[in-house]
Design a protein around this ligand. Sequence first.
Ligand code: CTP
Length: 477
Amino acid sequence: MSKQYIQAVQHPVFELITKASVKLGIRSYVIGGFVRDYILERNVPKDIDVVALGSGINLAKEVAKLIPGQTKISVFKNFGTAMIRHQDLEVEFVGARKESYAADSRKPVVEDGSLEDDQNRRDFTINALAISLNEDDYGSLLDPFYGISDLERKLIRTPLDPDITYSDDPLRMMRAIRFASQLNFKIEEESFEAIKRNVHRIEIISNERIIDELHKIILSDVPSEGFKLLYETGLLSKILPELTNLQGIEEKEGQTHKDNFWHTLEVVDNIAKNTDNLWLRWAALLHDIGKAPTKRFDKKIGWTFHTHEFVGSKMVYTLFKRLRMPLNDKMKYVQKLVMMSSRPIVLAQDIVTDSAVRRLIFDAGNDIEDLMILCEADITTKNPRRYKKYSNNFKIVRQKISEVEQRDQVRNFQPPISGEQIMETFNIKPSREIGLIKEAIKEAILEGEIPNQYQDAYDYMLKRGEKLGLTPVNDKK
Ligand code: CTP
């Protein structure tokens, strides 16, 4: 008697699928991520995959008929699938398939198949688990490839020879690593070796699909687990060569620098403990990429990475573009954080002056908190004394930030005096002088010469104007 999972299929939508299947005289099963996550007691996904021994599209149509008011189903004829959105669920229907690859062609010959044929052609044993939705064995688990045992052993394993599974759909190499990272599983040795052999095949996969998996790796609890696997298999140098270029330690005249690749992975793990913001995690991943092209050895000062933040932020654009990631405000945010990633550190090493903090807040705007989170994650020294020193310094910077914030409000700096007002005061037309006066007022505020207030800014404007040879026409303070 197979294991019973009646509890997993309590949602009323399953009952409708059973009814529709009876009507059509076909059998149906829920399969894939839904079953896996139910057994792992993770949040059960809102997308449910149903496999039918018959037409998935017809089954979807029949189910839709049973839902009052449900008229819309999405049919993907080419794939032989159909999808229904019902309440907060997305249910996808597919007919069981058997895929065979003719030796002289890469195109799969898709034929109708049994449930086992269908399970066989799925990516991993843990994703091939199916629960019956049929009246005679409702809730029974069908596990021909020992997926349950792999869930218990925390193992990613393919139902077929891994070379076949990965070659059929090379995205699965990324998926294997993503699941290992997300679920804290191991990839079976044979599978791991097969990924190494098939790495070049990733080239046929669209960037969008690769990035989807990469996002999930970045969002896992310990992202370095996934990145180590990407690195060891050779996938990382294909997808993000900017990162693998950071790997290695060079020595010159007895001086070495740290390995910026492994350092980066530590930073990403650190930040993962403090934020779920995907783009802030991306910033951590990319914060040092400018170090590879800017690395120099200087006889007097040793290893330097001068302007790496600037170069790195330019590289963010090229990287996002190549991977077809959005070139929008998210990209700009990552660029900004990479660009500013050393600012608080430099601050923390010096005496923390108010004006330096004011400039930091002015430049970071609303991203100041994220920037501090990034910089704190960047402390990876193993020397306890230094660790303490750096984190204490950041505490001081934070303290100063909140003091200066309360007093000076420069976070979203709006000039207290407008260009129009300057024109009116001195009765002048749009000209260079207006820009000069505005800039001088801003500088005076940031330097702490005057408070960020109207009256002080007004007086300062008069002074600057006079210096430029301008006379106020009508002094209406
Ligand atoms: N699948 C596959 N090969 C792929 C993608 C998916 O064999 N390249 C199969 C697996 O059986 C998988 C199911 O299709 O469980 C559904 O895929 P998908 O919704 O992408 O992933 P889930 O396993 O549901 O996991 P997640 O929701 O975490 O992405």
